[in-house]
Ligand binder design. Structure first.
Ligand code: ME8
Length: 494
């Protein structure tokens, strides 16, 4: 049986249109999903939207729109973004789906039945941006540091989840390396549990008219994080669905650093209480800044990723976000760097290699793959190592090293001189280039799938998989076609 791989992204709030940070997370997940498919695994890639949040309802109110209508409108941008970015997600979950509502209520009931939910009074500060209670200690100048907003004071009778009960189990889980990636993000969570202890979690909201009703008390809705996290299993039709049986537990929940606590602590305790297996790994990425500044509506720098794709195409954006930002760390995005990379690494590097190799094949061999042996080596072990350690920027750099070596091979061998001299080596040289391009089309596929497809079309072959990443598999005599160039140079942004 094929090995399975289940990867999820966070589900996005739909109080506004998607921003470039949302695009970044979905691209990372797509790279991992496609790489695992190339490795022959059965992959399920899930993304979607978090719709039951009070902040969505508030945004609708500000826009003077009916909440459901407002949410439905905004979700379209997120679905469109997936298409525009050429994501290979297998499903797009919306938490207003009937089955998600039903399954969330079932899990709530299960935890209640276990004796892990009780009624009490909550008194404290609530940050609408986080959709979470926040302590005085966490505030910076009286404001939530993540959203730069003053929290509201709330006093309500509410339902609580006995998260404290799972403190020792959580310390045990977080003390082992591997559950949270990168390691130091797991240590941050471990230290927080150790220092603060695990407190019970308020899991209801009173008198809201948006959200999922509590199964045991109609005057309340389920706290949005409690329902949102459940998307990872409701999308698989927990508990009896075929997808659930096949794909759960998740291999990777990919998330941004700001919501690590919810995934590395709250979610596991919910699952422990409900008697459900834990995900294998929480993979945490850093935050994007734009031109060196935090992305924020008030700064007016929320780049619309859909507009960006319309202007440059998906592959250049996928390329620059992965190549330029070390996996796990914060990084900056700017159109200046994007345009520079399009012109240098994509057009001059990859584009040029393809067009001159295919051009020479047309010129010297009537467009047919000559007989030969591939003389250019590629280090697959190194690439694997980078993927295993989720160092996607290094995996991509390793692939580009190979592209640069191929270009250098052309400069060194000077096929135009060999052709003039009728040298027998010409055949091996051109074969080396074409066979390496075949391998490159597999290696770049997770990162820039559209370009990979275009290259395969030019070579007249189908996309290979992992076992095809070895030399000399390109068949002699195949007709290739130079066609149009892969990347057009763009005017550099200032
Ligand atoms: O947190 N750079 O939704 P969200 C990179 N609904 N990633 C960023 C980012 C940035 N500047 N800003 C945010 C939520 N993100 C919840 C998730 S999951 C059950 C519920 C990341 O729309 C953020 O960390 O605020 C999260 O992983 C994702 O974008 C969605 O953020």
């Amino acid at each position: 049986m094929k090995e399975k791989y289940y990867i999820t992204t966070a589900i996005d709030y739909v109080n506004a249109k998607p921003h470039i940070g949302h695009a970044y997370e979905k691209i990372i997940a797509d790279v991992l999903a496609r790489w695992n498919r190339i490795k022959g695994k059965d992959v399920f890639y899930l993304t979607g939207t978090d719709e039951n949040a009070q902040k969505n309802a508030q945004a609708a109110e500000e826009a003077k729109k009916d909440v459901k209508k407002f949410v439905d409108e905004n979700v379209k941008y997120f679905i469109d973004l997936c298409k525009k970015l050429n994501l290979s997600n297998d499903y797009f979950i919306r938490t207003t789906e009937k089955r998600h509502i039903k399954i969330s209520q079932e899990i709530f009931s299960k935890v209640l039945k276990k004796g892990d939910i009780y009624k009490g009074t909550y008194e404290g500060l609530y940050c609408q941006g986080c959709e979470a209670f926040i302590t005085e200690k966490e505030l910076v100048n009286g404001k939530c540091p993540e959203h730069n907003k003053e929290p509201r004071y709330i006093k309500e009778e509410n339902y609580f989840f006995k998260m404290s009960k799972y403190e020792n189990q959580m310390l045990d889980l977080l003390s082992k390396p591997g559950f949270v990636f990168p390691d130091y993000r797991g240590k941050e969570m471990y230290n927080r549990v150790k220092e603060e202890g695990l407190k019970d979690l308020c899991v209801s909201r009173k008198g809201t008219n948006w959200g999922i009703e509590l199964p045991n008390d109609k005057g309340y809705s389920i706290y949005v994080w409690f329902d949102a996290l459940i998307n990872y299993i409701s999308a698989l039709d927990y508990p009896d669905g075929e997808l659930y049986k096949k794909f759960w537990p998740a291999d990777a929940h990919l998330i941004g650093k700001g919501i690590n606590w919810f995934h590395s602590v709250i979610w596991p305790t919910m699952l422990m209480s409900a008697g459900i297996k834990l995900p294998k790994q929480i993979v945490v990425h850093g935050y994007l800044t734009v031109d060196g500044q935090k992305i924020s509506k008030s700064l007016g720098n929320t780049i619309d990723p859909i507009k960006l794709v319309n202007k440059y195409g998906a592959d250049p954006i996928r390329y620059v976000l992965i190549r330029d930002i070390p996996s796990g760390e914060d990084g900056d995005f700017s159109e200046k760097i994007l345009t520079e990379k399009i012109n240098s690494e994509l057009a001059n590097g990859l584009g040029n290699l393809i067009s001159r190799s295919l051009g020479m094949t047309e010129k010297y061999f009537e467009g047919r793959v000559p007989k030969g042996k591939n003389l250019i080596k590629f280090d697959l072990d190194k690439l694997n190592e980078h993927f295993d350690k989720i160092e996607l920027h290094l995996a991509l750099a390793e692939t580009w090293k190979y592209i640069d070596e191929c270009n250098k091979f052309v400069e060194d061998k000077k096929p135009w001189v060999l052709a003039k001299e009728n040298d027998k080596e010409l055949s091996d040289v051109i074969y080396s280039l074409l066979d390496s391009i075949r391998i490159i089309s597999i290696l770049i596929n997770p990162f820039i799938p559209e370009t990979s497809e275009k290259i395969n079309k030019k070579l007249g072959i189908k996309l290979g998989n992992y076992k095809d990443v070895k030399p000399n598999l390109l068949k002699q005599g195949i007709k290739v076609e130079k066609g149009e160039s892969l990347f057009n140079k763009v005017e550099a942004e200032k």
